[in-house]
Design a protein around this ligand. Structure first.
Ligand code: SAM
Length: 231
């Protein structure tokens, strides 16, 4: 049996590469994105009534990594990068069917010029194809009594500091609203791979059209520079 699906929409996101995207939705509330519906779904009738919901499930394709296949065992970052669990006990992107599912805040629905949803807190790469949208139903789906396995709470956060150079770059570049909060929330998540702890290393994360360069030492992420991203 084979099934084929076509995208009903595409994500426009500040996350321009995988590195730096939070590992789950809702960890970075300052990440604002837009889900643009594609023809023939870009008609107001398809979203009529959706604006009454505060959150939606987004079903999507891990399109950037789908050609890398899958393994029965994976190493979740939350277990330090060494211990293995089954692929179906994880949220790994490398799955037999490369499908993702994220619960995100629905900020607004716009039908002015095509149909688009404004979303907050999503963990989605720019250009992600979306297969479906469903409203979140709290009385059925909110389960405060649920057990979270090896993911038993939010990850510890890093403190974030700005260098004088980075501050001067901010003043010159006039980045989008909430950019500072976005950078701070992204870096606080500690984007490094689980096994890396090199205080000398300089990393770069792409947000909007900027390359945010930073280092991490002693539980503190320090923003070093904000550069225009390479085209
Ligand atoms: N909450 C989702 C789920 O369980 O389906 C995602 C979990 S997965 C660990 C989250 C990661 O997916 C992000 O950190 C990002 O690196 C990656 N990601 C997001 N959009 C992607 C895309 N379109 N293609 C490949 N990887 C993507």
């Amino acid at each position: 049996m084979n099934y084929s699906f076509e995208p009903i929409g595409v994500i426009r996101s500040p996350y321009r590469e995988k590195f730096g995207i939070p590992r789950q939705p809702s960890l970075v509330s300052a990440a604002r994105m837009r889900l643009e519906l594609l023809p023939p779904y870009d008609q107001p009738d398809c979203v009529r009534g959706l604006e009454a919901f505060s959150h939606v499930w987004i079903h999507f394709v891990f399109h950037q990594t789908m050609d890398r296949g899958w393994q029965p065992l994976v190493r979740p970052p939350r277990l330090g990068g060494n211990a293995k669990v089954g692929v179906f006990a994880s949220r790994s992107t490398h799955r037999p069917n490369p499908l993702g599912l994220s619960l995100v805040e629905l900020v607004s629905v716009s039908c002015d010029n095509g149909v688009a949803l404004e979303l907050a807190g999503a963990d989605l790469l720019d250009g992600t194809p979306v297969l479906d949208i469903k409203p979140y139903i709290p009385f059925v789906e909110a389960r405060p009594d649920a057990v979270g396995g090896f993911v038993d709470g939010p990850p510890p956060l890093l403190r974030v500091e700005w260098s004088e150079t980075a501050r001067s770059h901010l003043a010159e570049l006039s980045p989008p609203k909430d950019f500072i909060l976005l950078v701070e929330q992204v870096l606080a998540q500690d984007p490094r791979p689980a096994y890396q702890d090199d205080p000398e290393r300089i990393y770069g994360v792409s947000l909007y059209r900027y390359n945010v360069r930073f280092g991490i030492a002693g539980g503190v992420a320090r923003v070093l520079e904000i550069l225009p991203a390479a085209q």
